[in-house]
Write a protein that binds this ligand. Structure first.
Ligand code: ADP
Ligand code: ADP
Ligand code: MG
Length: 652
């Protein structure tokens, strides 16, 4: 067994690998980019090696830097995690050349499965069913168009070098083919530097079912059951589970054999996933599933397999890379109960799932038996724009599927993410959606139900806004109480300009709630202040957290940001101070995200300033163009100093 490992990754997967490595007694070595200098995975590992600037292309994706770090730390082996260089054969080779074991398959197996067209050809030869279509070398648009016609619509155009759902286009009718092909090729060229595509029959009512396989270097290969990853958005997984609803033991054995045959054909060693697309019409069946691709690495959703088997897949990876034999034979692989995983993201479902970066002002997960939380961040950490904005994976295990889904939905409701917006509420609604619970779903489920899942713009949550105003009021009162002797001018909060009305005093307070102008009414009842917005009283089922000038209110998984509105600035219009961006405190400029002349939209991140180890993100208050940048990265700025100027866009 190895004695040390360099983990060539970041975030939750680096933390997860470190956990098992430590349990096995390995010395753990993290790598970090500039943005990750104080990240959780660095704090968790025994040692850490810097690998350069924040962009992944200059750090986590640079083979030479990772090899140099592994050599400097005298690592026995390198675990690549998923994403980044995990499926890069040249990286595996560079490790071997440096005399360091690569925890993954041999480079030849990675190459055999790396391109979708070659992988499909290899699978056909091995007798594994592949999706009908064209995956040859001819790339002339006219030829491909004729092939699509022969295959029959709908078809799916896929980049042969594809991954992460990029370079993919579904085409429903012949008239749309040429435009879709051009789009797919353009996207593939930009994302993978390879514009070649293949064409597949688009399977109706598609279910994504994949088999976890493991092979050792002694010629043994088994599968660890399937996962169903049919809940997707833009061909990317959102919720995954094991086993697959409606899967019989017999069909599992059939699919498992196909997956093991696929692994053997590629000369596979280690952990891998064989992805199949199944026709879900009328239930899963033995002649209704086809090979799509093989992922030659650990999968994001591997914890659901761990939950139903009780195995540690990362431990198996290490043991196999160290030359050990598979510890189980196929008939001994357990399958207990049901597990479901949800990917918690810093993103805004109401705005097209746009990533939502910034400091995690609050982050809390419930502590429940039967719930596992894999995360790479803690409260106070920053979700940066440099990497995937996944916050955590929540994995629930139950005796039955319903039990697992209940545990997960409940855990999502109790999860607190404040600062960036998250998809927690969306995921919880998904877990409770009746059709999904009934097993009546396919990969189009989310897209068909965006409205019911509230993944579209919602109107202001007045009860949350009122709760925010109530918190602002309480904070202001506390501040006044603390500085009563300091001869402060009277605060508008003190109801000084309120009026008498049958024994109660009422005050109107201008607020900004999620960027919307609103007014909170405060009634000073004998029992205390009662706050409402548009007649809706403050919610009692909300969590309010103050940070800086604002209060963040979390209610039903949705965040409403509330701050005091400066009516004087309102009156002056947006031509006033809105475009001047000042430093909120004395500190150091850590990063600048925009350039002079760049167009920005309200809420967009402009720069990060650090003071006393606290990072503060400056965002644009208005839509406009950056007309001046007054600071440079690493510069010290005083409180209130000019950072940049945004010239407002002219309203026509
Ligand atoms: P990637 O490398 O981006 O993961 P895949 O080939 O695995 O690409 O496909 C991604 C997703 O696209 C699948 O999970 C599935 O939902 C959908 N998909 C792929 N091929 C087909 C097909 N032939 N018919 C229907 N859906 C498909
Ligand atoms: P899987 O097939 O294992 O579910 P996906 O293709 O859905 O994987 O998503 C994994 C992808 O996430 C990687 O291929 C990569 O694009 C991206 N990624 C890379 N590194 C990270 C990371 N540290 N955290 C989250 N996502 C990452
Ligand atoms: Mg895939």
């Amino acid at each position: 067994m190895f004695t040390s490992v360099l983990i060539a990754n970041r975030g939750e997967i680096a933390c997860r690998i470190a956990r098992t490595a430590k349990r096995l007694g390995l010395r753990t070595i993290a790598v970090y980019s500039a943005a990750d200098a104080n990240a959780l995975h660095v704090r968790l590992c025994d040692e850490a090696q810097p690998i350069g600037p924040s962009p992944a292309a200059e750090s986590y994706l640079v083979i030479d830097k990772l090899i140099a770090a592994a050599k400097a730390a005298r690592a026995d082996c390198v675990h690549p995690g998923y994403g980044f260089l995990s499926e890069n054969a040249a990286f595996a080779e560079a490790c071997a050349d440096a005399g360091i074991a690569f925890v993954g398959p041999p480079p030849s197996a990675m190459r055999a499965m790396g391109l979708k067209d070659r992988a499909k050809a290899l699978m056909e030869k091995a007798g594994v069913p592949v999706v009908p279509g064209y995956h040859g070398d001819m790339q002339e648009p006219k030829f491909l168009s004729r092939k699509a016609y022969e295959i029959g619509y709908p078809v799916l155009i896929k980049a042969v070098a594809g991954g992460g759902g990029k370079g993919m286009r579904r085409v429903d009718k012949h008239a749309d083919f040429d435009t879709a092909l051009a789009g797919a090729m353009r996207e593939a060229k930009a994302a993978f530097g390879d514009e070649r595509v293949l064409i597949e029959k688009y399977v109706t009512a598609p279910r994504h079912i994949e088999m976890q396989i493991f092979a050792d270097s002694h010629g043994n290969a088994i599968h660890l059951n399937e996962r169903d990853c049919s809940l997707q958005r833009r061909h990317q997984k959102v919720i995954e589970e094991a086993p697959a609803p409606g899967m019989s033991a017999q069909l599992r054995a059939t699919m498992g054999q196909a997956a093991v045959a696929a692994a053997k054909a590629a000369g596979y060693v280690g952990a891998g996933t064989v992805e199949f697309i199944a026709d879900g019409t009328g239930g899963l069946k033995a002649d209704g599933f086809w090979f799509m691709e093989m992922n030659t690495r650990l999968q994001v959703e591997h914890p659901v397999t761990e939950a139903i088997t009780g195995l540690d897949l990362v431990e198996w990876q290490f043991r196999i890379a160290a030359g050990e034999k598979l510890p189980l034979t196929q008939d001994k692989v357990p399958l207990h109960g049901h597990a479901v995983e949800a990917r918690l993201y810093a993103e805004d479902p109401e705005r097209g799932f746009l990533p939502s970066t910034g400091k995690l002002i609050a982050l809390h997960f419930p502590h429940v038996k039967a719930l596992r939380v894999d995360t790479g961040v803690e409260q106070g950490d920053e979700v940066t724009p440099f990497y995937d904005p996944m916050i955590a994976k929540l994995i629930a295990h139950g005796t039955t599927r319903v039990q697992a889904l209940d545990t997960l939905a409940d855990a999502l409701d109790k999860t607190i993410v404040i600062g960036p917006r998250s998809n927690a509420g969306f995921l919880s609604r998904l877990c409770r959606a009746q059709e999904f619970r009934d097993g009546a779903f396919d990969t189009g489920f989310i897209d068909r139900n965006l409205g019911a899942l509230k993944a579209e713009p919602q109107s202001l949550d007045h009860a949350a806004a009122a709760a925010g105003a109530r918190e602002l009021l309480a904070l202001e009162r506390a501040r006044i109480a603390a500085s009563r002797d300091a001869d402060e001018p009277a605060s508008p909060w003190d109801a000084g300009d309120g009026f008498q009305l049958s024994g109660t005093r009422q005050l109107s307070l201008p607020i900004l709630a999620d960027g919307e102008k609103a007014t909170a009414q405060i009634l000073h009842e004998p029992s205390g202040p009662v706050v409402a917005v548009d007649g809706v009283p403050a919610a009692v089922d909300a969590i309010a957290v103050a940070a800086g000038e604002a209060v963040y209110v979390l209610r039903h998984g949705r965040q409403t940001k509330v701050s005091l509105r400066d009516t004087a600035a309102d009156a002056a219009g947006d031509h006033g101070g809105g475009g001047l961006v000042r430093a909120p405190m004395h500190g150091k400029v850590l990063g600048i995200f925009v350039e002079k002349g760049q167009a920005v939209t309200r809420g967009q991140r402009l720069a990060i300033i650090e003071a006393m180890k606290m990072e503060h993100t400056l965002t644009a208050a208005i839509d406009g163009t950056v007309s001046e940048i007054a600071v440079t990265v690493d510069a010290q700025v005083g409180e209130g100093a000019k950072v940049m100027v945004i010239t407002p866009s002219v309203q026509k």
